[in-house]
Design a binder for this molecule. Structure first.
Ligand code: DP6
Length: 352
């Protein structure tokens, strides 16, 4: 007897950034993200009970032992709740729609997909089938133990993770859905991701989070993040507050990178091209009055956020003015998405 589950889970882009953690991936400040769509992981997990457990990790159909340690440590954090993880032959196969290590949070889509597969197999073992609010909170909490940002990938449109002023249901342990709180003006946003450079990241986010522990500005950062979150929650309720949305979004992105540059062991993840793109966005917005803004992940790539109604003119501008700054003239046309989806067939069939 063997169990199998396949899920598609999206990446997400934080507007209020999670940067600094303690204990088992508990955040130092709350964060809020948009759920993406085109950037996602398709994953199939199979579990065959046997005496001694084993783990086989495939990525795009080929063995990927490099991922095993991270997955094993994730399993060890949750296997008291899912004891079958310890005495099953586990095979994980996954595909990403975006380049690995490009600063697009692949850990968010991969770890949320893995949490979903585990939870689903556990339901099969115990003959359960209800996916209610509590079920999704549990998946978010499991995903968090794999990677903090993954906790936010399991909900449509937007998610909030971490105890937040004025949000009694918020928690450091799992993200909560934020779809209801987002005006349709924002839930129809595009996220066009300019791939400035698709190299592996020079500094992993785990190392980045650690550096916050000795950062002289850490206290000020956590206070600012909490304040920015309260202001963003307000802005997301009304298209009239788009100027606030833009100000907060860009401040958070710049803050994240300023922290990297001002820590005890400084590092720089932006490229000269990143700065050129930011300046061109500011020029374009001022000149044309089109509400387009940027955010950044822990890498050089630029996420352009804007209402879908401006897509034609913005894509034209991207092609002529921004792509020349990108290494391979690459960009990903993403948008705000609907959250994870259970797949009916194993992923290898799906893609071949
Ligand atoms: C800059 O979630 O990748 O993307 O919890 O150590 O796995 P771990 O870190 P991770 O950190 C993401 C940092 C960020 C901001 C964010 O997504 O909120």
């Amino acid at each position: 007897m063997s169990y199998s589950s396949s899920w598609r889970s999206p990446s997400n882009i934080a507007l209020i950034k999670y940067w600094g953690k303690h204990e088992l991936q508990l955040p130092r400040n709350p964060s809020l993200s948009f759920t993406l769509s085109a950037c996602h992981t398709d994953m199939t997990m199979t579990a065959t009970p046997e005496q001694h457990g084993s783990l086989t990790v495939l990525f795009e159909g080929n063995p990927k032992p490099a991922f095993e340690n991270k997955i094993r440590s994730f399993f060890s954090r949750i296997d008291t709740y899912f004891p079958w993880l310890r005495n099953s032959a586990i095979v994980i196969d996954s595909f990403n729609t975006f380049p690995h290590g490009a600063g697009i949070a692949s850990s968010a889509s991969a770890m949320s997909a893995m949490a979903l597969c585990i939870k689903d197999i556990d339901d099969q073992i115990h003959h359960r089938s209800i996916r209610d609010t509590a079920w999704w909170s549990q998946v978010s909490e499991m995903a968090r133990l794999g990677s903090g940002s993954a906790s936010r990938s399991v909900f449509p449109t937007a998610a909030l993770w971490g105890i937040s002023d004025g949000v009694p249901s918020s928690s450091d342990h799992f993200a909560i859905p934020w779809h209801q709180e987002v005006h349709p003006f924002y839930s129809n946003f595009e996220d066009t991701i300019l791939i400035v450079k698709d190299d592996e990241k020079a500094v992993s986010s785990t190392v980045g989070h650690q550096l916050m522990e000795l950062h002289p500005y850490a206290g000020a950062r956590y206070t600012t993040a909490k304040e920015n979150l309260v202001r963003l929650i307000m802005a997301l309720k009304s298209p009239d507050l788009i100027d606030h949305f833009i100000t907060i979004c860009e401040a958070e992105a710049l803050h994240l990178h300023a922290l990297m540059m001002s820590g005890p062991n400084p590092f720089v993840l932006v490229e000269p091209a990143t700065i050129s793109i930011i300046k061109e966005i500011w020029r374009f917005r001022k000149e044309n009055g089109i509400p387009v803004c940027f955010t950044l992940d822990a890498g050089p790539n630029v996420h352009l956020l804007y209402p879908a109604s401006y897509k034609t003119e913005i894509l034209q501008w991207i092609r002529s003015a921004l792509l020349p700054f990108c290494d391979k003239q690459e960009f990903i046309e993403d948008r705000i998405g609907k959250g994870p989806e259970k797949l009916s067939a194993p992923v290898s069939h799906h893609h071949s």
